[in-house]
Design a protein around this ligand. Sequence first.
Ligand code: SAH
Ligand code: SF4
Length: 368
Amino acid sequence: MISIKENADVIEMNRMTADDVIEMLKITGNHEMDMLFRKANEIRHQYSGNRVFLRGLIEYSNICSKNCYYCGIRENNKSVFRYKMSVTDVLEAVWFAVKNNLGSVVIQSGELTSSANTEEIRKLIKQIKSFSGNKLAITLSCGEQTEDTYIKWRDAGAERYLLRIETTDKKLFENIHPKNSHHSFEKRLEALNNLKKCGYQVGTGVMIGLPDQTVESLARDILFMRDFDIDMCGMGPYIEHNCTPLALNKSENLKLEERYNLALKMIAVLRIVMKDVNIASTTAFQAINNMGKINALDAGANVIMPNITECKYKSCYSLYNNKPGIENSREAELKTTLDLIYSASNVPGFNESGDSVHFLNKIHANIH
Ligand code: SAH
Ligand code: SF4
């Protein structure tokens, strides 16, 4: 078993092999896991300081044309009330973000590719930019789109894009999606490449604890993120949603607690492998454990996304069971977020757009 202390050199010099990554992901025992988290947290503080970047999360629409087997807002789930926020409602959330110095927002939604939808989001990006006096950076998470659409949205002002690969194991990817061209592993990869080509700060990530997912496969996910040279990462435990096909055999899945620990180890190991990227402490952690977001920060994450979507929409954006905080007002959600940041000996990055050091270094290297 790898000892974090003995392997400090390997960690510092970034010479980690797939076997090293697998070994770290296999660490068990509270003391050993704590050592791993502590090392990762130390690296995060060394490279990115103690600021936690804030992103106001706006769950813009739950209308989706896809049928991912794991997701509660898949098109075929007819028990969800479908919505798309009005421009006024989005700008109200944006105003809250500006007033509270959040520095950036994320627009997340189901995947729609019609030209009408492309145009609506393009206009929305422009409105958010002008309404906030160009104060807010914008991350989009609106699924796979054509290169042309990505260019339009970038030209309108969006800086970042989050598109999780979900798993880099093609076979596993095919197990958790319908087998058709609308859910293709190759297209997902191509979309990620296009995002990079278009000049976005690109984020990706995976779900952890999927049925039949192995530690070896998760290690390959980490190495994929390194080799793809991502700027940011959003990942978390997979959690069943009762109205989805993937939840049918849930008794065979890893226990929630095991998924939780594995997901925390994924954060820590990614931090050790990619020292200066932005890593989000995601809501799925909180859905399993009410210390979830704090634990993820303590394991090396440095970004947090208070949900600033109005309550009437939040409950309909139900990706998995037990989504936390659906009854919280924006004010309550922000207060909880700030409290947990302070309790983890960090400070909120007020008014910062929050580019990753990794991205800033790349820009710097290109200029010189
Ligand atoms: N439609 C876009 C963005 C919204 S979904 C897209 O798919 O990219 C955002 C993320 O939620 C997905 O990438 C997936 O990783 C995560 N997600 C969906 N269902 C989930 C579940 N049951 N458990 C955990 N995460 C889930
Ligand atoms: Fe749609 Fe995204 Fe859910 Fe897939 S994960 S069904 S694309 S919202």
